[in-house]
Design a protein around this ligand. Sequence first.
Ligand code: SF4
Ligand code: SF4
Length: 234
Amino acid sequence: MIDNINDLPEKIINIEKITFKDFKGEGRVLKIDFNALEENKYKKIIKRLLFIKNKAVKKKIEMGKRDKEKRLLGYVINYDENNKKHKEFILGINAVLYNNKYERYNYIYDTVCDYLDGFFYGKNLCDFKDNKCGEKRNTSSNVGCCHHYKNKILGPLLSNNLIPCEYLKEDHSCGAKCISCKLFTCDYLEKKGIKFRIRDIFLLDTFFNPLQKYFIKTMVFNPKNKIINRLLKL
Ligand code: SF4
Ligand code: SF4
């Protein structure tokens, strides 16, 4: 972060205009000026940066300028810490800076899970009372939506035996860190105006293709490692 624009070095590249040629010049750093960036271009800019970064990794070119033990990558100007879009853009740059897909997906996965957990934390949005949530208030279910039909292959049409999810712990927390479950919102929550769409979550929308997004949305009842491994193959 920088407060005085006059402190910027001469060899600086506007992030929205970066090309691979720029990247090759040792000592060049990025300028990320939020007053100059258009919000509707954030996704495009991050995607291009990722493309250039991947090309640089293949050619063993390092970005930025060496500064003692560290490497200086760029300067952030006019950042507003209360602006959700600014935060998302910086998270996107963080994701780009990982050198391999596994580490990048792991970072995105954990960051989005933390965001979703934080959204629900301490609010009891599901209105749990005596272990029954709002949606299941008049049913026998006391595990919210953490149950499935016993025969997952034959599916609900051929089995009516509902059992709790195997990842549900005794304290009713989830032992799987399943992002798809965290994104799920039932009718009860949707009536309260709570719904998560992949296209509204910048990191998911920017870094994954349509097939990956489909699996992120639908791989409920699965642990994190299984979901990440599936995403890596798509
Ligand atoms: S998401 Fe809906 S069904 Fe699941 S625990 Fe919350 S209120 Fe219940
Ligand atoms: S994986 Fe899904 S269904 Fe199973 S405990 Fe976790 S949140 Fe509940």
